[in-house]
Design a protein around this ligand. Structure first.
Ligand code: SF4
Ligand code: SF4
Length: 499
């Protein structure tokens, strides 16, 4: 298959072998889980269990009744001991309700009935929704919604390009067959005529496992593609360009060019939901870095505290300097390890001194243009920086701020050590908050207008009724009322006539 190149990007050391050597492991069940009601793009789910209630493993504990979102299921059996507000990791510091679950070893399990094979497309889509499946590559979009419109091509994204993160690599080595089965199901739902399973050429063991699985299911249906290892190839837009040569239009979506992209772990989750009736309540997480004693890839129940997960990987080493959720390029620095793992969290990384660049050595921009050379979104980061720092956010938006995928390439290329990505993240956050405020203000304005109109209408109706009563009490009105009563008697419809 002929492959293409995307603009910019970087060749980075992978650091994958540090965590993949020991194979996939499973953490011991944590005694307490903290399950955020917002583990997806969209609105928070609403708890459908109460404090004190016992729940089974796999039971739905929070639902999204309307709009975009995803249901949440108990990863382990146990008892709800609190529903409390906790901050989500990340610069927004958004605080959302969490269900706190004290777990119980060997408690009951609840699964949905497996669907037959082949199941109707609508039933598969409904099952993917009911199982709470979202994009596990990081974006967290509800999968059923993303598959709702017909696309020509389904891309299964196994191009795990960010250094240190190896959860997809580890999953593919041991569960390639389930990924391929899930891909075929998803293609049926999306009406896709071809499936491209893309894996980076450095993931040799994963490629071998996928090659075997694809051969077992018929090569003509799924095309396995080894793509060159280059960061950020796993970005949706970059991968589509490499595979098809097509560019997703600025401000557009892959669906605009007939493509839908799903992560390999999402495909596996879809298959398990359909074939086994299993909801999404755990995921594979890479725990790695020089600050971790025994790096590895683990099946982790959602809601597991980060600190507990690091303990399961042997604890912190004396080298530990910075804790991150995600990789070194796109991840977020955590101030402590009391945050809980959610559906979109693929890596816990503990860096040492050697991996950290001094943060206080920023120098002025020298207009070298290196940031633009590496930007995979073809932006001009130095201009965006200037607009963002001057508070000219609308201009920054016009220059493509929202096409920035926050890959961090510009940071790494900048000889002046300017933290560009951080500025872009903050600027986007401000714009989104402003838009959210504007939406809320507009909703409040509409409510005010509706209330004012209702009050005016009610006042007008009251006046009309009063005027009618006055008119009925006038001599002419009395004569008219007598005439109406006489007419009713003649017609025999006067209820008092026979009294
Ligand atoms: S972080 Fe944004 S601006 Fe910087 S290189 Fe990546 S996409 Fe371009
Ligand atoms: S790489 Fe850094 S110094 Fe060079 S133009 Fe971009 S922001 Fe300025």
């Amino acid at each position: 298959m002929h492959l293409h190149r995307f603009h910019g990007g970087l060749d980075l050391p992978g650091h994958k072998a540090e965590s993949t050597a020991g194979g996939l492991r499973r953490v011991a069940p944590p005694p307490r889980l903290y399950l955020s009601l917002l583990q997806h793009a969209g609105l928070p789910a609403e708890a459908c269990v109460g404090v004190g209630e016992a729940v089974a493993r796999g039971q739905c504990i929070a639902r999204v009744e309307a709009g975009a979102g995803a249901d949440l299921h108990a990863p382990l059996a146990g008892r709800v001991v609190a529903i409390q507000t906790r901050a989500l990791p990340g610069p927004s510091g958004l605080a959302v309700p969490h269900i706190v679950l004290d777990t119980q070893a060997d408690g009951p399990t609840q699964a949905m009935p497996p669907l037959g094979d082949p199941a109707p497309v609508n039933a598969i889509r409904a099952r993917i929704r009911d199982a709470g499946i979202v994009g596990l590559g990081g974006a967290g979009f509800p999968t059923a919604g993303k598959l709702a419109v017909t696309r020509a091509t389904l891309v299964i994204n196994g191009a795990e390009c960010e250094p240190w993160i190896a959860c997809d690599d580890a999953l593919l080595r041991e569960h390639a067959d389930e990924v391929v089965r899930g891909a075929r199901l998803m293609a049926r739902v999306a009406g896709a005529g071809r499936i491209l399973l893309a894996i980076e050429d450095s993931m040799r063991e994963a490629l071998a496992a996928c090659s075997e699985a694809v051969a077992a299911h018929g090569n003509e249906e799924v095309t396995l593609v080894a793509v060159p290892t280059r960061y950020p190839e796993g970005g949706e837009r970059q991968l589509i360009q490499v595979l098809t040569g097509q560019e997703v239009p600025r401000g557009g979506l892959p669906r605009d060019i007939g493509v839908v992209v799903q992560n390999v772990a999402t495909a596996r989750a879809a298959w398990r939901a359909v074939a086994l009736g299993e909801a999404l309540f755990e995921r594979v997480v890479t725990v790695t870095g020089p600050g971790v004693a025994r790096p590895g890839n683990f099946f982790v129940p959602l809601g597991t505290p980060v600190g507990y997960l690091v303990e399961q990987a042997g604890g912190y080493t004396p080298l530990a300097q910075r804790l991150m959720l995600g990789g070194p390029m796109m991840g977020i620095a955590l101030p402590h390890d009391d945050f809980a793992i959610g559906k979109t969290h693929n890596c816990v990384l503990v860096l040492g001194d050697a991996e950290l660049r001094a943060s206080d050595d920023e120098m002025p921009c020298i207009r070298c243009g290196d940031c633009a050379t590496v930007c995979p979104s073809r932006l001009l980061p130095q201009q965006l920086l200037w607009q963002a720092r001057a508070g000219r956010l609308d201009e920054a938006r016009d220059q493509g701020l929202f096409d920035c995928i926050e890959c961090g390439c510009c940071d790494l290329a900048c000889p002046s050590h300017i933290p560009l990505t951080e500025q872009f993240r903050r600027a986007k956050g401000e714009l989104l908050a402003r838009e959210a405020d504007a939406v809320l203000a507009e909703a409040a304005r509409q409510r005010f207008e509706a209330r004012r109109e209702r009050l005016e209408r009610e006042a007008a109706e009251r006046e009309a009724r009063l005027a009618a009563r006055k008119s009925a009490a006038s001599p002419a009105g009395v004569a008219a009322a007598l005439e109406r009563a006489r007419a009713r008697r003649v017609a025999g419809t006067d209820p008092d006539a026979g009294a």
